[in-house]
Write a protein that binds this ligand. Structure first.
Ligand code: M6R
Length: 615
């Protein structure tokens, strides 16, 4: 998905050359996925904005254009992921007006761009790209012609836009300002001394600023090198944002590769620390107690999310069923309309989203709120849209996740949701105090348990991945709480190694999927620590072996299935409820090594974006 970084500064006030600071920010946006990039700059002497842009990787474009050496003290830059218009040079951002006095970068989709473009063209504006974004500079140019006030022209232009947007605009008219607007696409101000940033992601400016204000929908305004002005477009009144300035605890090391080949492997290995920090957050936060109160007072409980977060949501619903005897309806966020008809006041929705900005989850949340449901959010990003629009926000503390594939955010979500389910089961009397404390004790030891996995499996996972890298398809099978883990394993293999993988409850094989199995077909089993499930899975493993499938098991040390498995990836024994914590890392690792063996960059999977802000 697209990324934005903008900086405005007093000459001589910045720790590095301004264009270098923006360039470094641009590199930190690479992980979002992009096909082209560009930079625009302006300074007090400028009569035109300078724009450098093109298709390709940032490093290549730097070689060609010298992004990091552009002159000027007010600079915006962008990474583009094509939506409207092919990934070609002319469609890259920034886009300009006819007079090249205004430059705009934009994330999101402007839905009414065709009508706007038609109107503006009829008034003589000349468009050079196929993008929706290009209407913005032309619209501002048109309105500035009438008003002679660039901010008021910008605001007026934003008012007529329909769709989603995070916009940053610079102009020769007021060259020390970056104008911005946000709706349904993240945008954050980073505050410095003598300089200020606006960006779509905190890591983009984290090296230079740790004080941030997360903008809200319908907020517009501008930054200068020494101030920020924000107003609410709907109410036309300035916003006092001083109490919203957050100190960002993430370190720059968290957002850097730190010697690892890829962010993904670094983030896989960071899981023990991410779990430890999340535990500290849970135990020091009253939010989990408040969440249990909301759950106790709810008529119906729903849990929603997308992608990996949905797997955590599904795990939560299975856990609530088994530990607390409570029914929690899990649904994929983009399918929310199928559930809205039955939602009413008194119902509760838990929305799980690492980024807190996934539009499908946000739309589901809004639909439930409109029908009177209460909403609890679980997110990894403080102040992001989903927690902000919820009645109660809970957080994981995984730190920034740069790899597109979710890894540490999944296990920390599972930890937080397990804690919530145990607390609820205790509150409704389905677990005794000692039973609840027993599971909590194991959850507390999850950082240690997870740190024990890598030495147990690293070599085996590497060898297995070499073999897997030459396969074209795989099944991931499990039962009970192992199923969401199997689903997560299959998603990882698909999204970064481009090997087709399908997960389903192991008992379903005989109802169809086994027809596809022939000699050498990979069947990965997730075997929870559970005698009953282990017995059931034994039958399923044998079923696969009888068709000469290659059986691979992620199973607790000492599993009775050992003789039946062609490859065993052993994990420490723990309570069955911890299955996502103990069994996920091997699957992440297999996907990672397989991607590398196949020559793909696991951090930048094709066609994917880290945060999906389009429905
Ligand atoms: O930020 P969110 O948790 O809401 O994101 C949801 C999905 O887009 C995300 O988990 C996606 O499936 C990842 N590519 C998984 O690795």
């Amino acid at each position: 998905m697209c990324g934005i970084i903008g900086l405005t500064c007093i000459p001589g006030s910045t720790p590095d050359r301004p264009s270098l600071m923006v360039y470094r920010g641009l590199l930190r946006l690479e992980y979002r996925g992009y096909d082209s990039a560009g930079v625009a700059s302006v300074s007090a002497e400028s009569s035109r904005v300078v724009v450098l842009k093109g298709r390709g990787r940032i490093a290549e474009l730097e070689g060609k254009y010298g992004f990091s050496k552009v002159d000027g003290f007010t600079i915006v830059a962008h990474t583009r992921w094509a939506t409207h218009g092919a990934p070609i040079d002319v469609n890259a951002h920034p886009h300009t007006d006819c007079g090249t006095k205004i430059a705009v970068v934009h994330n999101g989709i402007i839905q009414n761009y065709r009508e706007l473009r038609r109107e503006l063209t009829s008034r003589g504006h000349i468009f050079v790209s196929e993008t929706d974004t290009e209407v913005v500079p032309h619209l501002v140019e048109e309105l500035y012609g009438k008003r002679r006030d660039i901010y008021s022209a910008f605001k007026k232009a934003v008012e007529v836009l329909e769709g989603s947007y995070a916009i940053a605009l610079i102009s020769v008219v007021e060259p020390d300002k970056i104008f911005f607007a946000r709706k349904d696409s993240p945008l954050i101000i980073g505050l410095g001394n003598g300089f200020n940033f606006v960006a779509s992601d905190i890591p983009a400016f984290l090296e230079y600023s740790r004080r941030a204000v997360v903008l809200r929908d319908y907020e517009v305004g501008y930054i200068t090198p020494v101030s920020a002005f924000i107003e609410d477009l709907r109410e036309s009144r300035p916003v006092d944002y001083t109490h919203r300035v957050r100190f960002i605890e993430w370190s720059i090391e968290d957002a850097s590769k730190g010697g690892y080949a890829h962010f993904m492997i670094k983030e896989i290995l960071e899981q023990p620390r991410a779990l430890k920090n999340t535990l500290q957050g849970i135990e020091g936060d009253d939010g989990f107690r408040k969440a249990v109160d909301l759950l106790l007072n709810a008529n119906r409980i729903y849990v929603t999310a997308a992608g990996t977060s949905y797997h955590a949501a599904l795990y939560y619903s299975l856990l609530m069923q088994r530990l607390a005897g409570a029914q929690v309806v899990p649904f994929i966020a983009s399918e929310h309309y199928s559930y809205e008809g039955v939602v009413s006041e008194g119902d509760l929705l838990i929305a799980v989203s690492q980024s807190g900005e996934t539009i499908d989850s946000l739309v589901a949340l809004r639909a439930f709120r409109e029908r009177g449901a209460k909403v609890i959010a679980l997110s990894n990003v403080i102040d992001s849209a989903i927690p902000r629009e919820s009645h109660l926000a809970l957080y994981t503390r995984a730190g920034p996740e740069i790899g597109v594939a979710a890894t540490k955010t999944f296990t920390t979500q599972a930890l937080a949701l397990a804690w919530l389910a145990v607390s609820y089961a205790l509150a409704v009397g389905r677990l005794t105090v000692s039973e609840a404390e027993g599971i909590r004790g194991e959850l507390r030891s999850s950082p240690r348990l997870v740190s024990e996995i890598m030495p147990l499996i690293e070599d085996r996972a590497r060898r297995l991945s070499e073999w897997l890298s030459a396969r074209s398809s795989a099944y991931y099978l499990s039962r009970g709480v192992g199923l969401p883990v199997a689903m997560e394993g299959a998603l990882k293999l698909k999204e970064i190694a481009y090997v087709h993988a399908e997960a389903y409850p192991a008992g379903e094989s005989k109802h169809g999927p086994i027809a596809l199995v022939s000699s050498g077909f990979p069947a990965v089993f997730v075997v929870p620590v559970d005698n009953y499930l282990e017995k059931l899975l034994l039958g399923n493993v044998q079923e696969m072996k009888a068709r000469s499938a290659v059986t691979i098991g992620v199973a607790p040390l000492g599993t009775s299935l050992e003789d039946q498995l062609d490859y065993l990836l052993p994990v420490p024994r723990a309570h069955w409820a911890l299955t996502p914590l103990t069994h996920t890392l091997p699957l992440q690792l297999i996907a990672y090594y397989t991607a590398v063996a196949r020559g793909f960059d696991p951090d930048k999977p094709r066609n994917l974006a880290k945060t999906v802000t389009v429905e």
